[in-house]
Structures are given as structure tokens and as C-alpha cells.
Design a protein around this ligand. Structure first.
Ligand SMILES: *Cc1c(COP(=O)(O)O)cnc(C)c1O
Length: 371
């Protein structure tokens, strides 16, 4: 019997274990410690930003950035309809209204052509999401934002290390937000990071992260803040992972290439890839769409894969379809999300396991005649 092939699994090696041991033995188990400083410094370096601030997870990293940029009730924030729910929820925590933008059919990211038509006098920020590791069109989005005096927060939770013209995502907007959940490019268990080049935004976020305690007077608070801190133990894991990030991303690219080679012979299946001369995707998760497929058939395919011991997951659903948000006219999101799924993409997956996934997929697609 073949081993179960999960969709994702973190790669933990000796260096992670060593740094974790060091952190615990040092006694610095909460949110002060050397690993916090090192992880923040090196992550800022990695992204090419001046500052980086660790947080307890990616969702609160988004919230922290929004609060620091003074987003509040009655403001409007534009996000792509195709994302993980956290992007929308973080906006809702501020009381601002979520405005859904459709996605581009080629990049699966925010459609910058529709963006302009959604901007009103209430629009305060745009959150482009680098979905599944594929960069958004940041040149256009930042240009439009600048013309209208709107902030840009990049949701790079799935795209650590992705690049546009050699520049890392998370360094284009006013803030960049990352997640280190167990299935992300690198992990701290739970964890997040906000990057920025702006010292004022940085200081504001740093204060708010720690109950808005006055930097001059301990235990004096002049506004309501949060406990959004990461622990030194988590940072030890994150810092170890960061020393290996190039290796991890290289493996993701190899995995993509292996899938691509195999998929050549699978009819009717589109394998997503936005890498070109200017854009580098980090292939957080392999994305495929079955061209002649409705949602039911897609779910049948996932079930059949599961019976063969192969894990998969559906594309995100349009957030605007969910009961707590209001519906939006986003045809690309609606069309693509129903026929897409993600396949196993993790550092330790073996080449022959990728081949097996593709062979089984080929059979299932042929059997269901949806290729
Ligand atoms: C994972 C993720 C988040 C939230 O990160 P958590 O660390 O899980 O809170 C936000 N946005 C996107 C696009 C994500 O994939």
C-alpha cells in the first residue's frame, strides 16, 4: 500500500530543532528574545524592506497594518474576490466595508482593469493578494493607488520570495503581510509578519502590537492596542526556516516543472504558471483547472484522488458568496473557482509521487470524460 500523499507538509530539519532547543533552553520563551530580532532583521533583508515586524499570525498582521493605516468604520477597502477568507475578515475587524474586485484570468490576481471603477471617495486601501504564490500586477496597482491617494497592503501570505523584475513581493506596497501557518512557504507553526519601509507605520504597528504601551512610559497606554506578538520559540523555528528559504523555493520550482512535464500528456487540464521573464512565482501550491468541468465534477475528481491516497483541495470560493459578505459581480472569480483544485506541493514530496499523482489524475479525468 502506497503512503498517503498530503497536500502540504512542513520541512523540519536539524537546524530547526537546534534553534528551537536553543530558544527553550535560553528561557526566553515569550515574545522577547534574540530569535525575534534575528528573524525580523533577516526577513526585512530578504524582502528588501527597511522593517519587518513579527505577529502571532497572518490574519492579525493584516489587521495591524489596516489599523496602523487608520482604516476605520465607513471606509472602503478593495480586495480580490478570490482569496482566503482572512483577507476580507481583517478588513471587517476594522469596521470598514469590503469591496470585491474580480480577478484577471491569466494571473488569478486582482484585475487592475476593474480596479479603477471600484474606487470611490471612501476607498482608503487596496489589498492585492499574491494568490497561490503568483504575484499581482504591482506596477499597475501601485500606480492607480498613488493617483488616488490610496494605501496598498500586499497580502503576500502565500508568496514569500515571489518577485517582479527582481523585486520581492511585500516591498511594493505601504505594507506587506506574510503568514507562517504550517502549510505556508515557511512556517513558525502559527505566525505572521508585516514589512514596510515607513518608520512611522512601523513604530505605530510595533506599539499597537504590544497593547499600545507608551514607548516612553511603561504600563501607560493612550489608546486601545492588541497582543499580536510572536513568541521567541516560534521565531527560532521561523529563523531556521528562513536560512533555508532559497532551497525551499527552488524545490517548489522543481516540483512545478515535474508536474508540468507530466501534464503535457493530460488533455483538458490547465496547469497554472505565471512565471515569465519579469515575474517569478514561488508555486505555493500547484494549481490546476479542469477546463470542461463544473463544481460537482471537480469534487468527484478530488474524491477519486482521495481514494487513491492523494490529498487535494478545492480553489478558494468567491468570498462574496459567503453569507456575511454581500454578493459581487465577479464572473472570472466565479467561473474559475468552481473548476480549480490544488495538488500536493511540499518540499519532501518525491518525484515518483508527483508522477503517481499525475498518472492517477489522467485516468480519473479520462474516465469522467471532462478532459
Ligand atoms: C494564510 C493566509 C492568510 C492568513 O494567515 P494566518 O497566518 O493563517 O492567519 C491571509 N491571507 C491569505 C491569502 C492566506 O493564504
Amino acid at each position: 500500500m502506497r503512503n498517503f500523499i498530503p497536500i502540504s507538509r512542513p520541512s523540519i530539519t536539524d537546524i530547526e530543532i537546534t534553534f528551537l532547543n536553543n530558544a527553550i533552553k535560553s528561557g526566553w520563551v515569550s515574545s522577547i528574545g534574540e530569535y525575534i530580532n534575528r528573524f525580523e532583521d533577516d526577513f526585512a533583508n530578504f524582502c528588501g524592506t527597511k522593517y519587518a515586524l513579527t505577529t502571532s499570525n497572518g490574519t492579525v498582521a493584516l489587521h495591524l497594518a489596516l489599523v496602523a493605516l487608520n482604516i476605520k468604520v465607513d471606509d472602503e477597502v478593495i480586495i480580490p474576490d478570490f482569496s482566503f477568507i482572512a483577507t476580507a475578515n481583517a478588513v471587517s475587524y476594522t469596521g470598514a466595508k469590503v469591496i470585491f474586485c474580480d480577478i484577471d484570468k491569466d494571473t488569478l490576481c486582482l484585475n487592475e482593469k476593474q480596479l479603477k471603477s471600484l474606487i470611490t471617495s471612501k476607498t482608503k486601501a487596496i489589498i492585492p493578494v499574491h494568490i497561490y504564490g503568483m504575484p499581482s500586477n504591482m506596477q499597475e496597482i501601485t500606480k492607480i493607488a498613488r493617483e488616488h491617494g490610496i494605501y496598498v497592503i500586499e497580502d503576500a501570505a502565500e508568496a514569500h520570495g515571489a518577485e517582479i523584475n527582481g523585486q520581492k513581493v511585500g516591498s511594493f506596497g505601504d505594507c506587506g503581510v506574510f503568514s507562517f501557518y504550517g502549510n505556508k512557504i515557511i512556517t513558525t507553526g502559527e505566525g505572521g509578519m508585516v514589512t514596510t519601509d515607513n518608520i512611522e507605520i512601523y513604530n505605530k504597528m510595533k506599539k499597537l502590537r504590544d497593547h499600545a504601551m507608551s514607548p516612553e512610559k511603561r504600563y501607560w497606554h493612550d489608546e486601545i492596542g492588541y497582543n499580536y506578538r510572536m513568541t521567541n520559540i516560534q521565531a527560532a523555528l521561523g529563523y531556521a526556516q528562513l536560512t533555508r528559504i532559497e532551497e525551499i523555493i527552488s524545490r517548489k520550482i522543481e516540483i512545478y516543472k515535474r508536474y508540468a512535464e507530466n501534464m503535457k500528456s493530460v488533455n483538458g487540464v490547465l496547469l497554472r504558471n505565471t512565471t515569465n521573464a519579469n515575474v517569478k512565482s514561488v508555486y505555493w501550491m500547484i494549481c490546476i483547472e479542469i477546463i470542461k468541468c463544473d463544481e460537482q465534477t471537480r469534487d468527484l475528481i478530488m474524491n477519486s484522488l482521495g481514494e487513491k491516497g492523494i490529498d487535494s483541495r478545492p480553489y478558494f470560493y468567491p468570498i462574496s458568496d459567503m453569507p456575511m459578505y454581500s454578493s459581487a459581480h465577479t464572473p472570472n472569480t466565479h467561473e474559475i473557482s468552481t473548476r480549480g483544485l490544488n495538488l500536493p506541493t511540499y518540499f519532501d514530496i518525491k518525484d515518483e509521487e508527483i508522477d503517481y499523482v499525475c498518472d492517477e489524475l489522467k485516468l480519473i479525468v479520462a474516465e469522467l470524460q471532462c478532459g
